[in-house]
Design a protein around this ligand. Structure first.
Ligand code: GLC
Length: 423
């Protein structure tokens, strides 16, 4: 590397750390100032890795501990923890009405923080701290996986999400069909705050928002019973990416269990079942993994990045990975700044609208890491380099137009900065 290159890297790292520091609150990190003013569940996973990569181990562990301190008695970890009251975000705690302390939403997100806890445990140079932090978190981590394994299993043994927001890929076009069957919000007036700071063309539509809120109303009316949501929600989808992240979380935790003298058997069992479920979600005609609509018993399209995130689970058959990567290469003509979150040849593809086309640093990182673990080192390196080039050029955006490389959505976005540090 030339010295100019080396100083660019130092500069990028310094800017990434400044984003995290700016978004840091008391013991947790908001995804982006203003737009997302609370703690989000799966964001905490990459954010903790960013703090660790910056050598801020206490902040890394605290991020995860703080999240788990909001865990529900059932083991469910809520998708947002409303640590502070704030007018910048809708729907806030009063819409959810979960009566949980601290106030939280009543749905979850992929259990990525579990894998981050395992990673911190292995990598923390202070072994006493690593053991103490892991011990503090252990019951919560195991209960989280236990709840998913118990309460969120679909017909193929994969994980069921009861709201599009639980996927973390809120308006991915594969949710369109099941969302059309969801009730609309009783109050048609929307208090949306996101479109005050980000162009409406980059965000989910009001049409979708009314249905997101309609599902929230239905789950609230059912009393936020986290054991029953999969049965009562009008939206129930066995999701590929959620299943892959849960499988990997369980196997990462199982590995740690061996190191600390805990029982890995239930974790390993769930990981194996979830991986087997992914196999059942493979669509051999499409050469891609597809989520499954539990209510209408049908696989969902179009092809989205969530299907590719299956590789993060590990253990995906090489012939399948090859087929997906070949297709991904085909997508690069239309969307050279990928990974695009939707097949760019699909009618639903929209280069600027959130999870319907734009590239996201987290998706690239999950795919690259999965590739590296599956023996595709060159592909992993290519994704790492292209993503860092995107970030260096367009900043720590929430997402990027995969056709132009332009940074869009929120700026100063935590996981884009955190994964830059981790990479
Ligand atoms: C958006 C994303 C979701 C993320 C949240 C906070 O809702 O779709 O994945 O967790 O923002 O960053």
């Amino acid at each position: 590397m030339t010295s100019r290159g080396a100083s660019d890297v130092v500069d990028l790292r310094a800017r990434a750390l400044a984003v995290l520091v700016g978004n840091h609150r008391a013991g947790y990190t908001v995804p982006a100032e203003g737009l997302y003013p609370y703690q989000w569940c799966w964001d905490s996973g990459p954010i903790a890795l960013g703090w660790a990569a910056a050598g801020k181990w206490d902040d890394a562990w605290t991020e995860l501990l703080r999240l788990l301190s909001a865990q529900w008695a059932s083991g469910m970890v809520p998708h947002i923890v409303f640590w502070e009251s704030c007018d910048d975000y809708f729907p806030g705690p009063e819409v959810w009405g979960t009566s949980h302390t601290p106030p939280t939403t009543g749905i979850t997100q992929p259990p990525l923080p579990v894998s981050s806890a395992a990673r911190l445990f292995v990598a923390d140079p202070d072994r006493d701290r690593a053991r103490a932090m892991l011990a503090a978190m252990w019951p919560g981590l195991v209960a989280w996986i236990g709840w998913i394994a118990r309460a969120r299993r679909g017909p193929h043994g994969g994980c069921v999400i009861v709201h599009p927001w639980e996927s973390g890929m809120d308006n991915a076009p594969c949710w369109d069909a099941p969302l059309e069957h969801a009730p609309t919000a009783s109050d048609p007036h929307l208090e949306r705050r996101d479109v005050a700071t980000v162009a409406a063309a980059h965000r989910p539509t009001d049409h979708d928002y009314r249905r997101y809120l309609g599902i929230v109303e239905r789950l609230r009316a059912a009393g936020w019973d986290t054991e029953e949501q999969a049965a009562v929600s009008p939206f129930a989808v066995e999701d590929v990416a959620f299943t892959a992240i849960a499988a990997r979380a369980a196997s990462d935790l199982g590995q740690v269990a061996r190191d600390v003298g805990e029982d890995p058997a239930p974790l390993d069992r769930f990981a194996a079942e979830a991986r087997a479920a992914l196999t059942a979600l493979w669509d051999d005609d499409a050469g891609w993994f597809r989520p499954y609509d539990v209510r209408r018993e049908a696989p969902l399209g179009p092809l989205t990045a969530g299907g590719l995130v299956a590789v993060w689970a590990g253990g995906v058959d090489a012939a399948r990975v090859d087929r997906m990567l070949e297709r991904l290469d085909g997508w690069a003509t239309a969307a050279p700044f990928g990974v695009p979150t939707c097949d760019p040849t699909a009618p639903a593809f929209d280069p600027e609208r959130y999870w319907r086309g734009p590239a996201w640093v987290l998706v690239n990182w999950l795919v690259a890491d999965g590739c590296a673990r599956s023996g595709y080192a060159e592909r992993a390196e290519q994704l790492r380099a292209s993503t860092l080039a995107l970030v260096a050029r367009a900043g720590f955006s929430e997402y990027y137009d995969a056709t132009t490389g332009q940074g869009i959505g929120g700026h100063g976005f935590s996981w884009s900065a955190a994964l830059t540090l981790a990479w």
